[in-house]
Design a protein around this ligand. Structure first.
Ligand code: CA
Length: 235
């Protein structure tokens, strides 16, 4: 057990240290690295994870089953996660726990206004914080029984998933000038960089997001992505 400040009181099932045992979590996330973090958090919590990498795929999943928890990234390749959250919040029966997630903390209010129960700010690395948000949002009748202090743990996603994200972004940045795709790649990379604690890449991605028509900034960002791919798993 770590010190008391890192502990939290969680409602837990009789089965031990896995307070989300038996729950299905649908993660709607285009970043493999962020998805890998969610996979580890779900695994450590006892939850089953299903993944969708865009709105269209998420809607396909939701047509066949209803998860207990859905975590919706707000920036997706085929639109805004806010639209999916708004639809889900109105649906009957409702997905019991609807969470928005983004690396941009200023989007918290928009996610809540769209109908999300809560918001997970990236990077999501604390097991205790993740479990706390999900357990607080679960309806009382769906919560596991019992109270127990659970120690915190910081998860570290596989750097190979980061390389996958960088390759994906490099492909988009190398394609000739579709401004909306460049804008998507810039916001995608700013989130990935935040999760990877890569401040220089985050700054470069944000510069492109602010001005996606600025060729020098796009070239600079593409160069930084290539450098990181060439350096391999340096994170
Ligand atoms: Ca995203």
């Amino acid at each position: 057990m770590t010190d008391d400040l890192n502990d939290f009181i969680a409602l837990r099932p009789a089965s031990g240290h896995r307070p989300l045992q038996g729950l299905t979590v649908l993660v709607v996330e285009d970043s493999r690295f962020a998805c890998e973090a969610m996979r580890l958090l779900c695994l450590r919590s006892g939850a089953r994870i299903r993944r969708a990498d865009c709105l269209r795929s998420a809607r396909r999943h939701l047509a066949t089953y209803r998860p207990a928890v859905i975590v919706v990234d707000l920036g997706l390749p085929d639109g805004s996660g806010l639209d999916l959250i708004a639809d889900l919040a109105r649906a009957v029966p409702r997905v019991p726990v609807i969470l928005g997630t983004s690396g941009s903390s200023e989007l918290r209010d928009e996610a809540l206004a769209a109908g999300a129960d809560d918001f997970l700010e990236k990077p999501i690395e604390s097991l205790a914080a993740f479990q706390d948000v999900v357990l607080r949002a679960l309806p009382a009748e769906a919560r596991p029984f019992g109270l127990r202090a659970v120690h915190d743990e910081t998860i570290r996603p596989d750097p190979l998933a980061l390389q996958d994200d960088l390759k994906e972004a490099a492909g988009i940045l190398a394609a000739p000038g579709d401004a909306s795709r460049i804008a998507y790649a810039a916001q995608f990379l700013s989130g990935v960089a935040l999760s990877a604690h890569d401040d220089a890449l985050e700054d470069a991605a944000r510069a492109v997001a602010r001005n996606r028509d600025a060729a020098p900034e796009v070239t600079r960002l593409a160069g930084m992505v290539h450098d990181r791919l060439a350096a391999g798993t340096r994170f």
